[in-house]
Design a protein around this ligand. Sequence first.
Ligand SMILES: Cc1ncc(COP(=O)(O)O)c(C=O)c1O
Length: 378
Amino acid sequence: MTHPFTSYRKLFPILAETAQLSSCSQSALSLPVRQAIDDYLAVWQQRGADWGYWMEQVALACAEFARMIHADAEDIAVLGSVSDAASSIASSLRFDAGRPEVVTTTLDFPSLCHVWLAQQPRGAKIRFVEAQAGSTGTSAQIARAVNAQTALVSVSHACFYDGQLVDIATTGQAARENGALQFVDAYQSAGAVAIDVGAQQIDILAAGAQKYLLGIPGIAFLYVRRELARQLTPAVTGWFGRVNPFAFSPTQLDFADSAARFNTGTPPMMCAAVARASMALLNEIGVPEIQAYLAGLSAVALEEAARLGLEVASPADPAAKGSNTAIRVPGAAQLEARMLQAGYVVSARNDVIRIAPHFYNTADEVVGALRALHRLTH
Ligand SMILES: Cc1ncc(COP(=O)(O)O)c(C=O)c1O
């Protein structure tokens, strides 16, 4: 399999020594990201405090994220984590007015489930769909669970455990037909799976920067459809959620006229500088092109795993999964450390080792990691 992005590999110094295949957890450090951190530190050292530069970095990061998901930058809020983004959305919903249910699945990232469970004292009832690893039927299961009682359908676009993709068009349609909203957790898809919030009629979508966005933790982007944002009033707020954060009026609680109303305190400026640089790189290459290449790597991974007799937890169809191919192994956490000694950065979760390449990885690296995994477990 040819690698269309070979020229970009030199931007990721780790690849000279080690095959980093852990984008479901942390992607490789790139030179543009390192430069963004250096620039941030240089501005701090030379200019002391430069609010103009800081706000510019946040605005540019929002613009890059918006470009990636085909949204307007004004429709993006900046929070500290996807969990914070979900809490902020939860705080703006009523669960005691005839629509108490949140529909989600047992394969959603636990943090999101915890946020919804924490709404129970406010009247929320959480309906867990029992999703199966490797399944291609989760979207239909979710759609069947939505009804007139549903306030929110919360779906993980790509699952953190097995990489399975949920068809957010199907689940979104079920939500709309029942008068509910859909929250898309895109932390495991943004940067690796094409997203178009308009074409896909997405209400709310959140993603952090650490995984396929090639950045670091400490920042998450929250898209809220404009008309919807205007109808929601978060109970979690701060000065950056105001019409003019720099008005400094302690007695006036005005909410910005877009998703910006979900901003809270001082945004994570350094993380924004990083995310601006990393997403500019992804947008330059193009997420649809990256997605197509990663589907090819998935096919390679699934074939090699089958040849080696490894137990795959992910869907067997490359089109039904994101980048992550999860392999069931005994002692996954210890194996992760031994894989590093063998030259492969992979990521353990529960009983699986996740092999999650990005556009800079080659088919040889994926095959090499699977062979190393086989060697270490047989
Ligand atoms: C799909 C998914 N959602 C949410 C999270 C948690 O995000 P945060 O730590 O930013 O709240 C993760 C972290 O791994 C994840 O994989």
